[in-house]
Design a protein around this ligand. Structure first.
Ligand code: NDP
Length: 421
């Protein structure tokens, strides 16, 4: 790094995720967790995979050329759809330096086109969904390799680009957290592309593929599979429909793009978020009509809270005069000039969007019944992740807004769930 570059970089202490040691451990262990879950699901039917001898290690999948081909074809398709598909251009929310970056929004088009293409390939038998399902282990290994390659590229790119960025100066920590906020090649924003088209898009593609695989094998789709696929596809379609709301999220505005987010989009989201579907391919828990009703209430109640909360903030931030629940929005004006909403769900708790997300996560896991632990992984990891994220966000906002944030917390004392947390 040159003297000129280091003068531009804001050095921040490596305070999150257990500092450099925690970041290093997570860099090594996140892929191991994903691999372990695959082993539980595909070698132990959803139970825990406990190796008894070295022979059991033969269960670990290897990368294959076929998986590499499928992975490259999918990545290439998403890149083409994003770069050349029709869509609108929108400016992001002002960043810390006041800059508003332009974004190309065509995730909805890409999602519909990719889903239609997959279904057409399956229906015409040009591609068997079981080819993909049987290659999931190989695909996972390819995604692990790709996530490390991306992490290295992002680390180097952030350093050599020499923009004003936030870093700790510690290699292990900066590799994990990233060295740049919005790495771009020309107008192509890598973080946005990987989060939207690859993270959410690949998860959706796997849900559709597994659904099709069950239908092709059994000539029907089981009730739990239909429920989980429906719940998750509504969530994914909603993401793409409201894709512009991604621009005001923590990931886009505050989180550097490094190994942590890169692996989340390439590996964690597609493979671990689809665990319920993977499980239901070989299990059919019995669900009473009352259970189905309860699951729908939990999922769609959570969806309503999640969506309404995110939209309230997004609309308020883009137009502070907009009405919330039929009334002009109330807010606190901070010394920095930013407005903190105190109306609607933002007046009930400080992160009701996280609560809604967790309710949906629980509904998806419960649909798998209580036979095995692995399909519950999504909720087991997601609850502490969102609690941690809320605390990180709280610390960031407290440092940023000072007394104004204290006033907001006094006015809205609950973090996620009124009277509980
Ligand atoms: P938020 O969308 O809640 O964004 C937090 C930011 O909003 C704060 O940093 C602050 O930024 C601003 N803010 C905080 N309070 C207020 C207020 N009262 N009024 C206006 N602005 C406020 O969080 P995330 O970006 O973490 O989450 C977005 C969605 O993504 C959530 O629904 C979450 O559940 C979901 N999510 C899903 C994950 C998954 O793996 N499925 C992972 C993480 C999130 P500033 O003031 O600087 O603008």
């Amino acid at each position: 790094m040159t003297n000129r570059d280091s003068a531009k970089v804001t050095i921040e202490p490596p305070n999150h995720f257990g500092g450099p040691i925690g970041a290093f451990a997570l860099t090594l262990f996140i892929p191991v967790i994903s691999l372990y879950l695959w082993l539980c699901m595909h070698r132990r039917g959803g139970g825990l995979w406990i190796p008894h001898s070295i022979v059991d290690l033969a269960d670990v999948p290897l990368p294959t050329w076929r998986a590499a081909g499928l992975f490259a074809a999918w990545l290439g398709l998403q890149l083409l759809l994003h770069l050349f598909g029709p869509g609108k251009r929108e400016l992001g929310i002002p960043l810390r330096d006041g800059v508003r970056l332009p974004y190309r929004l065509n995730g909805w088009f890409a999602f519909l086109t990719s889903t239609a293409l997959l279904l057409a390939l399956f229906a015409t038998r040009m591609l068997d969904p079981w080819t993909i399902v049987n290659e999931l282990g190989g695909l996972l290994m390819i995604a692990i390799i790709a996530s490390y390659v991306l992490g290295v590229w992002l680390y180097v790119h952030g350093i050599v680009e020499g923009k004003k960025e936030r870093r700790s100066g510690n290699f292990a920590y900066d590799f994990f957290m990233g060295t740049g906020l919005n790495p771009r090649i020309g107008g192509f924003d890598l973080k946005f592309f990987f989060e939207s088209h690859i993270g959410m898009g690949s998860w959706g593609a796997l849900v559709v593929t597994i659904l099709a695989a069950q239908y092709m094998r059994d000539g029907a789709v089981s009730l739990p599979m239909a429920l989980v696929s429906g719940f998750e596809l509504v969530y994914i379609a909603d993401f793409f429909w409201f894709e512009s709301a991604l621009l005001s999220t923590w990931d886009i505005m505050h989180e550097n793009f490094g190994y942590m987010l890169g692996q989340a989009f390439l590996l964690w989201m597609p493979f671990n978020f689809s665990l319920q579907s993977q499980y239901l391919l070989t299990h059919t828990p019995q669900l009473s009509p009352l259970a189905v009703f309860g699951l729908c209430v939990l999922n769609f109640g959570g969806y309503f809270i999640f969506r309404a909360t995110n939209l309230q903030k997004h609309r308020f931030r883009t137009d502070p005069g907009s009405l919330i629940w039929g009334k002009p929005a109330t807010f606190i004006e901070t010394k920095r000039g930013t407005l903190l909403l105190t109306a609607g769900f933002w007046g009930i708790a400080r992160h009701m969007n996280y609560l809604g997300d967790l309710m949906m996560a629980l509904a998806w896991c419960l649909t798998c019944g209580f036979g095995h632990i692995a399909p519950f992984f999504y909720f087991i990891y997601f609850a502490p992740l969102l609690v941690n994220r809320e605390r990180r966000d709280n610390a960031t906002c407290s440092a940023k807004y000072g007394a104004d944030w204290d006033a907001y917390c006094k006015r809205v004392p609950w973090r996620m769930l009124p009277f509980v947390y």
